[in-house]
Design a binder for this molecule. Structure first.
Ligand SMILES: [Zn+2]
Length: 275
């Protein structure tokens, strides 16, 4: 059976039989959103209280060493189904239903081994997954660019038709003036999309998908993990820790106060700081 079909079936079962997933996917269907237009480009702000753990995640070495890794197979909740996938590179992954969704269909795809979040040698895996999961966009957050588990390699995947940047690019509209820097690689031949990432890895976020027989890879270069608003106190504080999803056009605010007040000026300033 094709993996796309297996993922579909697994997802349907998980949101029915796993109470945590059922609750969070039902809640997601009712989350508040609002639209912000920056330089003519649409951004969506999503008020998503279930994402507080990820947004506020401490990723300093000590915290990471002392916590129980939530992506290791032996720590997964008993209700979590695991769909094994071996890439042509030999890397072995587990395809999982993400119980804290942002996308209506949200997957986490960790390596089976507890190994650092480093993209070197794995872009081919991302392209392969984009081919095998044609209804999904693959995401990668660098270890200091939004990954809440920098010590355990993982991709995420979310359904197409949700991230404004994917919709924009697939509609062939110009991306000139987009308020973030990015490089867009596209080709019908995945082998021609090469992107040598040096070690240590520079700060970056990646998005990858395949539409109309063409592979797309978007690379967002970063200069900062979290904006000053994240650390500010009082009225200036905004709990927003941007990762690939935010850069792709859906900004996640786990707190109602931030959802209410987040403005075009705030987002423009945050993007200037991190991009
Ligand atoms: Zn782990």
């Amino acid at each position: 059976m094709q993996i796309a079909h297996q993922v579909d079936e697994m997802f349907k079962r998980q949101v029915k039989t796993w109470p945590l997933a059922a609750t969070n996917y039902t809640a997601l269907a009712q989350v508040e959103t609002k639209k912000l237009t920056i330089n003519g480009f649409d951004f969506v702000v999503q008020f998503n209280p279930a994402r507080i753990t990820s947004t506020a995640a401490q990723i300093d070495t000590q915290t990471i060493q002392e916590r129980r890794c939530f992506l290791c197979l032996h720590h997964l909740p008993p209700e979590q189904e695991v769909l094994p996938f071996t890439a042509q590179s030999g890397h072995q992954y587990s395809v999982l239903c993400n119980p804290y969704p942002i996308f209506p269909h949200h997957l986490t795809i960790p390596d089976v081994n507890h190994t650092d979040q480093r993209i070197s040698g794995r872009i081919d895996d991302m392209l392969e997954l984009a081919d095998l999961l044609p209804d999904f966009v693959l995401l990668y957050n660098g270890p200091k660019s939004g990954a809440s588990a920098p010590d355990h390699f993982h991709f995420q995947a979310g359904n197409k038709g949700f991230l404004p940047i994917q919709i924009l690019i697939d509609s062939d509209r110009s991306t000139q003036g987009y308020p973030l820097s990015f490089t867009h690689f596209q080709s019908e031949n995945p082998g021609s999309i090469t992107c040598g990432i040096q070690d240590p890895e520079p700060m970056l976020n990646l998005l990858c998908w395949k539409s109309h027989n063409k592979y797309h890879l978007i690379l967002f270069p970063r200069k900062l993990h979290r904006p000053s608003q994240y650390y500010a106190t009082g009225d200036a504080h905004i709990l927003l820790s941007p990762g690939t999803i935010d850069l792709g056009g859906v900004l996640i605010t786990p707190l109602q106060k931030d959802f209410n007040k987040l403005s075009v000026e705030d987002v423009t300033d945050i993007f200037k700081q991190i991009s």
